[in-house]
Design a protein. Structure first.
Length: 257
């Protein structure tokens, strides 16, 4: 594949390696487009500090660093500036208005917390509660309907261990929304490598049968994770099982202006 749009930086406090190292590894692995999409800061109240994302005060440095590297490497690779964004009802509009002050190329949607990091639950935590599943689906679709997200990262992050039919009943709504809104669903390579609950067979079997569009995401939290899927034989088998074709992995990006 020629492009990866899911790349982090140490600003999120759970990734390692500087931006240059990610870029060099992308070039060495044949990528022509590398999008950085670190976890977006959030305009949280001043008395709350997240330990999994950059602060609002780091926005300018994040952007200026990538602009400088974009110019430096312009003859070798295209560098894009993006964010992995949580959709929240409380903070989303304020966040987008702030991001519009910068030359942002795209945002991808990653619903880690419902309804938000301060007041909600982590989507990747094991749950048997159907209400958590419903809330995850509802918030995800509400975010998709803003029309601002270029694709949906790890759409099956929700770690629901209840009845399979209940899972498919609700998650099919995300697939349907992705088709109607022309928003690709990401097959997350890091989740596969780390044996996380995603990407999972039930979801991608369902999504493939329904005719969704897919995109691969390295979700790189270290430079060595910016790799081609062919280097992961079991991941290639997963893709083949669900009839997911790789192609060039170029995504039509949506501006947030």
């Amino acid at each position: 594949m020629l492009a990866n749009y899911h790349t982090h930086t140490p600003r999120c406090m759970h990734a390692v390696g500087d931006e240059r190292s990610y870029i060099e590894n992308a070039i060495n692995n044949g990528f022509k487009v590398l999008g950085f999409s670190d976890h977006t800061p959030q305009p949280y109240p001043s008395d709350y500090t997240s330990n999994i994302r950059m602060g609002m005060h780091e926005l300018e440095n994040y952007v200026t660093t990538l602009l400088s590297l974009r110019e430096e490497y312009k003859d070798d690779i295209q560098i894009l500036i993006g964010f992995e964004v949580e959709y929240t009802r409380k903070y989303f509009d304020k966040l987008i208005n702030e991001l519009r002050n910068y030359p942002v190329d795209y945002i991808i949607q990653g619903q880690h917390f419902i309804p938000d990091e301060i007041e909600g639950f982590y989507s990747g935590a094991l749950t048997y509660d159907e209400k958590n599943l419903v809330d995850y689906v509802d918030y995800t679709i509400e975010g998709m309907e803003t029309g601002l997200f270029s694709y949906l990262a790890h759409p099956d992050l929700i770690n629901f261990y209840g009845d399979d039919d209940v899972f498919k009943k609700h998650m099919s709504r995300i697939v349907e929304a992705s088709i109607n809104l022309h928003i690709p669903l990401e097959v997350n390579m890091l989740g596969f490598q780390d044996n996380r609950n995603y990407p999972c067979d039930p979801f991608f079997s369902l999504a493939s049968e329904m005719g969704a569009d897919f995109i691969l995401g390295c979700d790189a939290h270290s430079p060595d994770k910016v790799i081609q899927p062919e280097s992961l034989p079991e991941f290639m088998e997963f893709l083949a099982t669900h009839h997911i074709k790789i192609g060039d992995n170029i995504c039509k990006l949506r501006p947030i202006k």
